[in-house]
Design a protein around this ligand. Structure first.
Ligand SMILES: Cc1ncc(C[n+]2csc(CCOP(=O)(O)OP(=O)(O)O)c2C)c(N)n1
Length: 312
């Protein structure tokens, strides 16, 4: 899990620098700071399980074993991208691994995950579906609909709300009433608020929820409280007239960086020492750079491929 979190961090740091260099078409929303959520959940999932994601989807994709090179190629819009270069950053998907897709429509993945959970139930194959969504998306009506129908039909669905404190440039408290985790109770859905920067807590909450879903006991709502260290979207400083959060706030929250915390825990339990952590970081950084560099010179898609586009 530590390696997977590090992979997401390094991949996104590379995307940040490629974006800054003006090399990436379209907008890029980074997941840096939220890695423990995707990894803690996906550690329990097989390729036959489903996830749906958001506009901030690289972390979910990589946590569910999405191919690194195909992601970089996709973000660059190249034909070897995971969606043939036609989806870009906000639509990374790989059906063969149950990654039903990132989604530019806020809340757009929630109904899809409920549908995948129904399909899994009908197939009787023990698969589960996880919908990742943000605190802003929690105000979308589809959350209520998914809670209702999944509770009624005992669908193997796990709703994971990543409350990172902001919906675009609005603080959560300005747009969301009450506690998100409390909303499940109205539908009889077991719900829990978790420290989303604590990998052990995330793993445990996921274990319980996924076990419940696989046992036929229905859905769970997990509110993972976390924080994003980057902007809502890369390059936002260039168009925002004023700041919506202070540098001091971001710096303070860096103390709870999920990777730093996990590393400290591994060192204190003598699982790894500082030098080994440094080596893992270097090694993963090198493999990320290799994949990203290879994507740079990949061919653009042929326009004619638009007519036969299919997502694998
Ligand atoms: C249906 C819809 N409404 C509005 C938007 C514009 N929009 C894009 S991201 C975003 C904020 C989403 O916030 P949240 O769900 O908390 O996710 P986060 O960005 O924090 O990961 C909004 C309003 C959109 N893409 N889709």
């Amino acid at each position: 899990m530590f390696r997977r979190m590090m992979l997401i961090r390094k991949a996104e740091e590379r995307l940040a620098s490629d974006f800054k260099a003006g090399e990436l078409p379209g907008s890029v929303h980074l997941y840096i700071g939220q890695e423990a959520v995707a990894v803690g959940i996906c550690a329990h999932l097989a390729a036959s399980d489903y996830i749906t994601s958001t506009h901030r989807g690289h972390g979910h994709y990589l946590a569910k074993d999405g191919d690194l090179f195909a992601m970089f190629a996709e973000v660059r819009g190249r034909s070897s991208g995971i969606c043939g270069g036609m989806g870009g950053s906000m639509h990374v998907a790989d059906m063969s691994k149950g990654i039903i897709g990132a989604n530019g429509i806020v809340g757009g993945g929630i109904g899809l995950a409920a549908g995948a959970a129904l399909a899994a139930q009908l197939d009787g194959n023990g698969a589960v579906a996880v919908a990742f969504f943000g605190d802003g998306a929690s105000a979308q009506g589809v959350v209520s609909e998914a809670l209702n129908i999944s509770a009624l039909w005992k669908l193997p669905l796990i709703l994971v709300c990543e409350n990172n404190g902001y919906s675009e440039f609005s603080p959560t408290k300005a747009v969301i009433s009450g506690n998100i985790a409390d909303r499940g109770a109205a539908y009889g859905v077991p719900s829990v608020a978790v420290d989303g920067n604590d990998i052990a807590a995330m793993w445990q909450a996921a274990h319980e929820a996924i076990d419940r879903a696989r046992s036929g006991d229905g859905p769970t709502l997990i509110e993972a409280r976390t924080y994003r260290f980057h902007g809502h979207v890369e390059g936002e400083a260039g168009f925002l007239k004023s700041k919506y959060r202070t540098d001091e706030e971001v710096d303070e929250r860096r103390d709870a960086d999920p990777i730093k915390r996990f590393a400290a825990e591994l060192v204190s339990r003598k699982v790894l020492d500082e030098a080994e952590i440094e080596e893992i970081s270097r090694e993963i950084g090198a493999s990320v750079d290799d994949a990203a560099d290879r994507a740079v010179n990949e061919p653009w898609p042929d326009v004619s491929s638009l007519e036969s586009l299919e997502v694998r």
